[in-house]
Design a binder for this molecule. Structure first.
Ligand code: 9YT
Length: 131
């Protein structure tokens, strides 16, 4: 059994900062569950290009508002209570009007320090056969 408190993650390797977001990684690959779970803050007034080529991500917004704009689609508003699931590896822009707080689940699990490269991609897990 695992018990973990957000306040105890702050400032550790599970508290990952990027230019437009801060990901507090409650569960990582090292926890052995097959998925990772993150409490992520998307900073107000930012936009981020994201393309998870090697992962599936489910994102549930619990605070704030903004939008997601997948390639080829009109922007979709996001606010508390909205879930989006990138089950097709959709490349997208993520924009926050007010700071958004998102609960994010990744499969396969992130290992720890991943931040997006210039194309919005996280690297493939070492064991993944997907390119
Ligand atoms: C919603 C989203 O993908 N934000 C970028 C950060 C990512 N969720 C993470 O690593 O927690």
């Amino acid at each position: 059994m695992i018990i973990r408190r957000l306040e105890d993650l702050i400032g550790t390797h599970r508290d990952v900062h990027a230019a437009t977001w801060n990901s507090r990684r409650l569960l990582l690959a090292e926890d052995g569950l097959g998925y990772s779970l993150h409490d992520t803050l998307i900073h107000a007034g930012t936009q981020t290009l994201i393309h998870y080529q090697h992962h599936l991500e489910s994102v549930y917004c619990i605070e704030g508002d903004g939008e997601i704009e997948p390639d080829g689609l009109a922007p979709i508003p996001l606010s508390s209570g909205v879930l989006y699931v990138l089950n097709g590896h959709e490349r997208h822009w993520l924009r926050a009007n007010r700071r958004m707080r998102m609960m994010c689940v990744f499969t396969p699990a992130l290992t720890g320090h991943e931040v997006h490269d210039s194309n919005g991609v996280y690297p493939a897990p070492a064991t993944s056969s997907e390119s």
